[in-house]
Design a binder for this molecule. Structure first.
Ligand SMILES: [Mg+2]
Length: 395
C-alpha cells in the first residue's frame, strides 16, 4: 500500500523559542550554545546569524569571530522541552503514528487519515497551528517514504512545504548533492566525491555491490535511499540501543580524582536512563578526548549484565585507569556509555495516549542530548561540577 509520510521539522528551534519569549530578539543574529569565550558549540543559530556563516555544531569561538555582534544565549532546556511537548501534541492530533526524531522534528504517517484532508492539506494545517499556537515555523516534507520526506523538509527550509509525488522519489533526489542524503556526513561525502560521485542521482546509478564493498551494509542502505527506496516504518517506539553521557571539561586536565568524580556523575545519569528504559547493559564504554583532539573509546563486557550506577562507575573507572596509564595527555572531554542492552522492555501497550507521548518525549530528549553533547546545558553543569570537585584538589 502506498504510504503518505510527513517529516515535520521546526526551523532554528532553540533560537526561535527564545525569539518568541523575548520578542526583542526577533530579526537579530542570535546564537544558542553558551558564552562565546567558553568551550562548546553552537546548538542553534538564527537565520540572521547564519547569513554570516554561523552553523550548528560550530565551535562558539569560531561563531564569535564570524559574527561578533550576535547575541549569545546559554539556552534553557526546560523551555525547549515544553515547546517540544506542545509541538508533538499538535502532530498527534492528526495521526497516532508519530515518531519523534528529536525535540523539533518528527515523522508522521498520515496514510488513511483522510478525515483531516489530503496529506498536503494536513501539512498546511500543521504549519498553521504551529505558527498560531507556538509562534514557530515548521518546514514539512511529504513523500511515500521516510528518507525522502526528510530530504524534502530539509530542502524547503526555511518555512518549507514540499510534496514529492508518488513515483517521483528518484527524480526528486537525483539532482541534489549527496550531502543532502541523511547519514552522509563529511567523511562519507569526501569518499564519494573522490569516487566522482557528487549528486544523489550519480550515487543511485552506481552498482549496489560497489557501495556495499566500500561502506558495508551502510553502503547498501545508501544505495536504496539514493534510489528513493526506504521501507522503514514510522516507529512509534524507537528502540534504544545504547545510552551515553559525555561532557567537555572547562579546562583540560590530568587530575584523576577530578576525572573520577566526573565519571561518578556521568555514570549516575547513564544508570538512571538505563533503568528508565527497563534494560540492563552488557557493555560499559569509556570515551576520552585528549587536548590534541585524539579521541578514544574503550569497552568492557563483564560476565554479568549490569544496571546499577555503581557497577557502571566501577567499570568506567577501571577503563579510565588503564587509559591514563597508557597515555599521559590532558583530557578535554570525558564520556560514559552502556551498550548491548538486554532485558524486557516494559509493557507499553497498556499506557494511555498521553503518557505514551510523555515517555516518547523523554526518550527523545535523551537521544538529543547524546546527539549534540549539549554544550548549552553542559556549560552550567560543568560549572557546578567544578565547584564540587575542585574542593578536593586543584585543576
Ligand atoms: Mg529543526
Amino acid at each position: 500500500m502506498t504510504r503518505h509520510i510527513l517529516h515535520i521539522d521546526l526551523d532554528a528551534f532553540f533560537v526561535s523559542v527564545e525569539q518568541v519569549l523575548v520578542p526583542e530578539l526577533a530579526g537579530k543574529p542570535v546564537i544558542v550554545g553558551g558564552r562565546p569565550d567558553r568551550r562548546g558549540v553552537v546548538a542553534s543559530a538564527s537565520y540572521e546569524a547564519r547569513a554570516y556563516g554561523v552553523r550548528a555544531a560550530m565551535p562558539l569561538t569560531q561563531a564569535y569571530r564570524l559574527c561578533p555582534q550576535a547575541i549569545f544565549l546559554q539556552g534553557d532546556f526546560k523551555k525547549y522541552r515544553d515547546f517540544s511537548a506542545r509541538f508533538m501534541n499538535i502532530l498527534a492530533d492528526f495521526s497516532p503514528s508519530l515518531e519523534p526524531g528529536g525535540l523539533d522534528e518528527a515523522y508522521l504517517d498520515v496514510t488513511g487519515c483522510d478525515i483531516f484532508g489530503t496529506p498536503l492539506q494536513i501539512a498546511k494545517k500543521i504549519k498553521e497551528r504551529v505558527r498560531k499556537e507556538l509562534g514557530l515555523i515548521a518546514s514539512v516534507g511529504i513523500a511515500p517514504s521516510k528518507v525522502v520526506a526528510k530530504v524534502a523538509s530539509d530542502l524547503g527550509k526555511p518555512d518549507g512545504l514540499i510534496e514529492v509525488p508518488i513515483g517521483g522519489e528518484k527524480s526528486f533526489l537525483a539532482p541534489l548533492p549527496v550531502a543532502r542524503l541523511p547519514g552522509v556526513g563529511g567523511k562519507t561525502e569526501q569518499t564519494l566525491v573522490v569516487m566522482g560521485i557528487k549528486t544523489i542521482g550519480q550515487l543511485a546509478d552506481l552498482p549496489q555491490e560497489l557501495l556495499k564493498g566500500r561502506f558495508g551494509t551502510f553502503g547498501a542502505m545508501l544505495h536504496e535511499h539514493a534510489n528513493g527506496i526506504d521501507e522503514s516504518r514510522v516507529e512509534v517506539y524507537g528502540e534504544v540501543k545504547s545510552i551515553s553521557r559525555e561532557t567537555t571539561l572547562e579546562r583540560d586536565t590530568l587530575d584523576s580524582q577530578f576525572l573520577e568524580g566526573m565519571l561518578r556523575h556521568l555514570s549516575e545519569k547513564v544508570g538512571a536512563d538505563l533503568r528508565y528504559e527497563g534494560k540492563r547493559a552488557r557493555s560499559v564504554i569509556l570515551k576520552l578526548r585528549y587536548s590534541d583532539f585524539e579521541t578514544i573509546t574503550r569497552r568492557f563486557t563483564p560476565k554479568e549484565s549490569l544496571a546499577s550506577d555503581e557497577a557502571i562507575f566501577v567499570e568506567a573507572v577501571r577503563l579510565l585507569k588503564q587509559a591514563l596509564a597508557k597515555k599521559r595527555k590532558p583530557v578535554r572531554l570525558i564520556g560514559v556509555g552502556v551498550s548491548n542492552l538486554v532485558g524486557e522492555a516494559r509493557q507499553l501497550t497498556m499506557f494511555d495516549q498521553a503518557s505514551r507521548r510523555l515517555e516518547l518525549l523523554d526518550k527523545t530528549i535523551d537521544r538529543i542530548r547524546r546527539k549534540y553533547g549539549f554544550a548549552a546545558i553542559q556549560t552550567g553543569r560543568t560549572f557546578a561540577l567544578k565547584d564540587i570537585f575542585s574542593r578536593g584538589g586543584e585543576d
